[in-house]
Design a protein. Structure first.
Lengths: 200, 200
């Protein structure tokens, strides 16, 4: 049965979400239109508003609707600590651990030469300038404990050391399970790893 | 970390979908805004279009963007066969089995007195009028094989028999696993059950 263009289009749009297969897409479509049109409208409007209004923070790159995100704009955050993460989701996980009160730099990726992601794509020049401009007294590398995350941390360490051999550079403690992605790690493990961060 | 009103609203809207928890809602939000804004816009527009344009077919109650759905409007469907299903999703599953060429009546529910769903809510008077107006030669009850689905089929059988004792009334064969919902049954089982439909 063809559902007709409007329903087919909605099923197709759901299928573009990660982890949503054809049956789930169909079930979500029927559920919303049969039982909860309000939720359909709420989600539709929220998606369009977010796609229109959400941009990257001019300081840390995270997703925000302001020019400067709430964390960067917060005068109570310790500007002497700069934590480097791969994604806004990783940043959120660290925030939820309540173990960190400094600022962030969000790479929006990690070094992956095979995918064409190098130092320029991650804006590492901007990170270098910021880390060595004098305010930062400790640079915390919170990339994932995967080969690519390790390589990214290593590259940043070498790059910053070349400019300022004195700057303290640390990495999250290996309380985080090897091979795990930060985003999927429970917040207590993250808190432990933040407390035990070690010299890079 | 507060994500800000626009992102929080999107996470909340995702959470209203069945089967989507807080972590998945967050992950979908970050994924779309970081990697696939086009998909966010496509889904947002598809949701609003569907919520605005999709209504119920005036003949069979299924979800459609026309006054009369494509199945009811198709002159090649056998109007002598009328299949009663609980939901548009159940109807779609039967269509996908390719074992049926008649028309449908979609109850949009099943009898459930404790939830306040009785014969009136299911528009059974309309079903009775249609089943006994002279065109229909067989009424096929394809409600779920659950206690409520069985009760609904039984009620409809008694109701139609009282008006027209001669009308042939059948039920899907019990090839469908007992206790299962139609929507989740594989189409081959549905096809078998359609072929083996038995007297009610």
């Amino acid at each position: 049965m063809k559902l007709g263009p409007t329903l087919d289009r909605l099923v197709e749009a759901f299928r573009r979400l990660p982890g949503i297969g054809p049956r789930t897409a169909q079930r979500l479509t029927f559920h919303l239109l049969q039982h909860d049109r309000e939720a359909a409208v709420a989600l539709g409007e929220a998606l369009l508003a977010a796609a229109r209004d959400i941009r990257h923070c001019a300081r840390c790159n995270t997703l925000t609707e302001e020019a400067i995100c709430a964390t960067c704009a917060n005068p109570r955050r310790d500007a002497g600590l700069l934590c480097v993460v791969e994604s806004p989701a990783d940043q959120l996980t660290i925030e939820q651990s309540l173990a960190y009160s400094g600022l962030y730099f969000v790479l929006l990726g990690r070094l992956s030469p095979l995918d064409g992601i190098g130092p320029r794509e991650l804006q590492l020049e901007r990170l270098l300038a910021r880390a060595t401009e004098g305010t930062v007294r400790e640079l915390i590398l919170a990339t994932s404990f995967t080969p690519e995350g390790d390589a990214t941390a290593h590259y940043i360490t070498e790059m910053v050391r070349a400019r300022d051999p004195q700057l303290k550079i640390t990495r999250l403690a290996r309380g985080v399970p090897a091979g795990a992605e930060l985003e999927y790690t429970d917040v207590n493990t993250i808190a432990q790893a933040m407390l035990d961060r070690r010299a890079a």
